[in-house]
Ligand binder design. Structure first.
Ligand code: FES
Length: 108
């Protein structure tokens, strides 16, 4: 399927605006569940499903360095690169996200 930029619906747009640093937010857009987080004043987005076993990453944690810990088995991922920090061969499926004027857009 061809990827394209999609404007994030207004209810999620406001939640992203209100998002606190390192808080994990789940947004559903185009039948996809995406996790959004702010680290070092930058916004990151990735599939909310852990690449290991499918747990919801938005129920995990994010530390000061942007390391996402999965709530199920504790695997760790760098939200900035998607890298699997446990070297188990799993990587976050990252999504491009950007702000245009007052709206956020996601490339999916
Ligand atoms: S389901 Fe996330 S580490 Fe296993």
């Amino acid at each position: 399927m061809l990827k394209k930029w999609i404007k994030i619906p207004s209810e999620y747009n406001q939640k992203i605006k209100d998002l606190k640093t390192r808080e994990l937010l789940s947004i559903k857009i185009s039948d996809q569940d995406i996790c959004v987080v702010i680290v070092d004043n930058e916004l990151f987005a990735f599939s909310n499903y852990c690449p290991h076993g499918g747990a919801l990453l938005s129920l995990g944690t994010c530390n000061l360095k942007g390391v996402i810990s999965c709530p199920k088995h504790g695997y760790k991922f760098d939200c900035k690169t998607g890298k699997d920090l446990d070297n188990n061969g799993y990587h976050l499926k990252r999504q491009k996200i950007e702000k245009r004027a007052e709206d956020y857009w996601l490339f999916i």
